[in-house]
Design a protein around this ligand. Structure first.
Ligand code: BTN
Length: 225
């Protein structure tokens, strides 16, 4: 049994908006979003058969840790497709995005929104190619997938509370995409290339640039090159 109470709704602007007015440990699950949001001000377009949900938690001190907890929980829930997590929290199968995560703080709440492509995926994305579970012959029920994600999330949360981020970091690195490989990171107004050296004890991306200098990156979009 997990600690979450699921509220299913038909339609909303964004499950993250809907979640703002719900008690802690609620989970909003929507059939449809009319204004789904992605990271960095992008739009999240998702069809009706896909999973769109948001968890409401009391705002913790280190909210960013939760992006590692939820990305791990999603990756574990679709482990049968050998997913990889692209820092900080995109989930990819065969290099194509299958799930995304959007954390937002509202008053005393942390809202953890996530979308998993089950039945369909956008085809005209500029930043990345996408895929869905159906394309891989594994179109699970969204309610069942949500239950699995919540169970794994609770497990990761308890692990974090008992052992701290160090343990989560090791779990996350097992799923991490491109460690030791060359990447380009698109920052706000520039981009930087180098070798991805993993994440440090704070979840910050470490990149060795072409001058051999270790750079610490706190926010950006990663591309494999
Ligand atoms: C991203 O990869 O850019 C993040 C996508 C997050 C999408 C989910 S769908 C449920 C929740 N509601 C939203 O408006 N966004 C998140």
């Amino acid at each position: 049994m997990n600690v979450f109470t699921i509220k299913e709704i038909q339609t909303c602007t964004s499950t993250n908006d809907e979640a703002k007015h719900q008690p802690f440990y609620s989970v909003i699950l929507a059939e449809e979003q009319t204004n789904g949001r992605g990271r960095n001000g992008r739009t999240w377009v998702s069809g009706k058969g896909n999973l769109m949900a948001s968890i409401v938690l009391p705002k913790p001190e280190s909210a960013y840790i939760y992006s590692f907890l939820i990305s791990l929980a999603i990756a574990q829930s679709i482990a049968f497709l050998s997913p990889r997590i692209k820092w900080p929290n995109d989930i990819l199968v065969n290099g194509k995005k299958i799930a995304g995560i959007l954390l937002e703080v509202y008053d005393d709440k942390l809202i953890i929104g996530f979308g998993v492509n089950i039945q369909e995926h956008p085809v005209d994305t500029l930043l990345y190619e996408a895929t869905d579970l159906k394309e891989h012959g594994r179109a699970v029920e969204k309610e069942k997938l949500l239950q699995d994600i919540l169970q794994n999330f609770q497990f990761m949360l308890e692990l974090y509370q008992k052992k701290g981020f160090q343990q989560i970091r090791l779990e996350w690195l097992q799923f991490a995409m491109g460690v030791g490989k060359r990447i380009s990171v698109k920052l706000l107004n520039s981009s930087i290339e180098g070798v991805f050296d993993g994440i440090n004890e704070d979840g910050i991306l470490i990149l060795t640039d072409d001058n051999g200098k270790k750079q610490q990156i706190t926010a950006g979009d990663v591309f494999m090159i």
